[in-house]
Design a protein around this ligand. Structure first.
Ligand code: ADP
Ligand code: TYD
Length: 213
């Protein structure tokens, strides 16, 4: 009989530094002896690949359809037989995900009511609520610079005005969900190391019960 693993969701605007911090945290957890699995949304499943094709403009569809595809991709991410994360958490593996349903609450609610998005994701929140959501709060100007320095193309949502809006939607979503979700906000406008230290310190303060939510 295993204890359940922690499920940690990283959130933030594009270029905020999520994948960098996931890599650093995963290494540190492994050194500590934890079994750790890192993953992301949109996934690389057939549903995720459809989403990527929409985001890069190769397929056109309505925003409501994108919202629904994210819901489907997320449920598949949780439940599929091959590498579904619910089984991993149940086996005691710590799962770190680059984005989860707060990404939908923030990004999709720019175009449609947030309550609709929250409702549409209710299955996922009932199946697996993060032990903690870590929001890397990076200034949109800084995030844009990081993206510009390191990427050759911009995806649909990587425009500054959009990032400003999405950041505000994140804050609105955290406020709305504050009674049911654990959210940790870290200042993302610092060096990789400083952010990593901050995350590590805050995670150490999490109650053990956080793994069993
Ligand atoms: P995200 O996964 O949130 O889109 P990344 O971790 O991919 O963000 O970071 C975006 C880019 O910025 C990467 O090229 C990364 O090397 C760089 N980067 C990440 N964190 C920092 C930081 N704290 N300071 C400066 N550059 C960073
Ligand atoms: P990705 O290429 O993975 O970017 P990043 O490294 O910045 O996370 O693309 C993810 C994009 O999808 C990003 O712009 C946010 C968007 N997104 C949503 O709009 N809704 C969602 O539910 C998720 C998971 C992602």
């Amino acid at each position: 009989m295993h204890n359940k693993g922690k499920f940690i969701a990283f959130e933030g605007i594009d270029g905020s530094g999520k994948s960098t911090q996931i890599r650093i945290l995963a290494e540190r957890l492994k050194i500590q002896g934890d079994t750790c699995y890192t993953t992301m949304e949109p996934t690389d499943s057939p549903i995720g690949s459809l989403i990527h094709q929409i985001m890069t403009g190769r397929i056109k569809t309505d925003n409501k359809v994108i919202a629904a595809l994210f819901v489907a991709d997320r449920l598949d991410h949780l439940l599929n037989d091959v590498d579904g994360i619910v089984s991993k958490v149940n086996e005691g593996i710590t799962v770190l995900t680059d984005r989860y349903y707060f990404s939908s609450y923030a990004y999709q609610s720019v175009d449609m009511p947030m309550d609709w998005i929250i409702q549409a994701n209710e299955q996922s929140s009932q199946i697996l609520r993060p032990s903690v959501n870590i929001f890397i709060d990076t200034d949109p100007d800084i995030a844009m610079e990081r993206i510009a320095r390191n990427r050759f193309h911009r995806e649909l949502f990587e425009k500054k005005a959009r990032l400003i809006e999405v950041r505000e939607k994140y804050l609105e979503a955290f406020e709305k969900q504050k009674d049911v979700e654990r959210v940790m906000v870290v200042d993302g406008n610092r060096s990789e190391r400083e952010i990593a230290e901050d995350i590590w310190g805050k995670l150490m303060l999490l109650p053990e019960s956080a793994a069993y939510q």
